[in-house]
Design a protein around this ligand. Structure first.
Ligand code: ATP
Ligand code: MG
Length: 449
């Protein structure tokens, strides 16, 4: 095995077995060990009932938050370990949570409730496997397969539809045919799944190495929780700039973006407003005037629906809104845009533009791609040289503007913006005295309207 079982987990397995119970590592950590990847947490399952587990660790820090579901968390060597009693699950009458859990004495029954064969393997302290569903062979072959009858498993818990796609994207595994068919057929089960749970899986899916393939193979699943995608999936684009329809263009753009959630979400949603903006001219060429603003509005609504946090949502919406702005490859405009957006958003926008271009006819965009590279280098130089480019770098601030006679309120910001534009444009130096002079001059605080 490439990775050692941590001392804390070893100690827990030993303590439980010494007390006469069975105890195994289980789930994600066993899967990752078999894949040769370092596990990020180490879950343990045991035949001991929760109170029996607690009794094995008296005097140690124990967290009881999962007790209802049979989970006791023990702190060992400073690390938390979740220890869960073997259990099966009752029926899912609301398709969200099992109505009840039932403790059982057999490891096999516990493994049988788990979603996929690769997640239903137990490993003992000595590295031996208990693998009744052939999970190790499926890992070896890179296959995602339901434990038991796929349709029934997706009907019990619709989230498993998204978990299957998430694992396929993140691990680059193939979804076995029976399981794949049942995903399409049971995608409606996602209706019953809380937005927050879908969000978690979608976020991991999008930053996965195979996100593009999954979007291509399962558009129906994405449309299930985001019906706003449907017109984009169906969109044809008849114009010289696009060799693909709306969905295939979107997929290429997602694939071309670095595996960062904000960027991947931006590419997924950047053209979502195109179908609503489509017009066809007398030559039969399609246009999509005004689509970035419509896309931004729709993206905002979709991200709210899936409960993305405000920070991520605002970043995505800003980038979607600006994805099509023309930024001339000149120092002056680079400074202006750096100032307007701030360096972080500006560099992200260049990535967005690059990814968007990668989804178009290559012959038409190769010069554009080279130009974007150049812009990135130049902008990095501007930032490195510490040239003034944002409001907070300006040698005067809001208090100075108010002191010069502008009433507190939005006009203060506008005056500062205008000063900044003139400074970044190279018209006036970023010197306090010069700027104060302008504020006090005859033009007054309008500073050269
Ligand atoms: P990750 O590496 O993302 O943590 P994981 O497989 O550990 O992957 P968790 O969500 O931490 O995923 O779940 C731990 C284990 O619990 C899984 O390996 C699986 O055996 C089981 N499990 C989790 N969610 C479900 C579910 N919705 N249905 C059935 N079994 C599940
Ligand atoms: Mg886990």
């Amino acid at each position: 095995m490439k990775f050692e079982i941590p001392a804390g987990a070893q100690k827990i397995l030993r303590t439980l077995t010494a007390a006469g119970y069975e105890a195994y590592l289980v789930g994600g950590c066993v899967r990752d060990l078999l894949r040769g990847v370092e596990p990020h947490d180490w879950d343990i399952c045991t035949s001991a009932r929760p109170e029996e587990t607690e009794a094995c660790f008296t005097g140690q820090r124990i967290i009881e938050t999962g007790l209802k579901h049979g989970t006791v968390t023990v702190l060992e060597e400073g690390e938390p370990y979740e220890i869960t009693t073997y259990r099966t699950e009752g029926p899912y009458s609301d398709s969200r949570r099992p109505d009840y859990v039932e403790f059982v004495s057999s490891l096999e029954a516990d493994l049988a409730r788990r979603d996929f064969t690769m997640n239903a393997i137990a490993m003992g302290l000595d590295g031996s496997l208990r693998d009744p569903f052939g999970g190790a062979a499926d890992i070896q072959a890179g296959v995602i397969r339901c434990v038991g009858e796929p349709a029934q498993r997706f009907r019990e818990d619709g989230l498993r539809v998204m978990r299957a796609l998430r694992f396929a994207s993140a691990l680059g595994y193939k979804i076995e045919n029976g399981t794949a068919g049942a995903i399409h057929e049971n995608r409606r089960m996602l209706e019953h799944v809380a937005a927050e749970r879908i969000n978690v899986e979608l976020s991991k899916l999008l930053v996965g190495e195979r996100a593009g393939d999954i979007l291509r193979q399962y558009p129906d699943v994405f449309c299930q929780f985001w019906p706003q995608l449907e017109p984009l999936v169906a969109l044809e684009q008849n114009n010289p700039w696009h060799c693909w329809g709306g969905w295939e263009h979107t997929i290429h753009a997602v694939e071309a973006a670095p595996p960062d959630l904000v960027l991947r979400l931006t590419m997924l949603l950047h053209d979502i407003g195109k179908p609503a903006c489509k017009s066809t001219d007398e030559k039969g060429i399609d246009h999509f005037y005004g689509h970035p603003a419509v896309s931004a509005k729709l993206a905002d609504q979709m991200l709210r629906e899936l409960k993305f946090d405000n920070r991520a949502r605002e970043r995505v919406v800003t980038l979607v809104e600006r994805h099509d702005v023309q930024i001339p490859n000149r120092e002056r405009s680079l400074r202006k845009w750096l100032g307007r957006l701030g360096p972080e958003t500006f560099f992200r926008l260049l990535e967005v533009k690059r990814a968007d271009s990668m989804g178009q006819s290559y012959e038409l965009v190769k010069d554009r791609l080279a130009e974007l590279e150049e812009m990135k280098t130049k902008a990095a130089e501007i930032v490195a040289q510490g040239q003034c480019f944002s409001l907070k770098d300006l040698a005067v601030n809001g208090r100075d503007v108010i002191a010069a006679g502008v009433a507190p309120g939005p006009e203060v910001g506008r005056v500062l913006e205008r000063l900044l534009e003139r400074v970044t444009g190279g018209e006036i130096p970023n010197e306090r005295e010069t700027l104060l002079g302008l504020l006090r001059s005859d033009d007054g605080p309008a500073v050269g309207m």
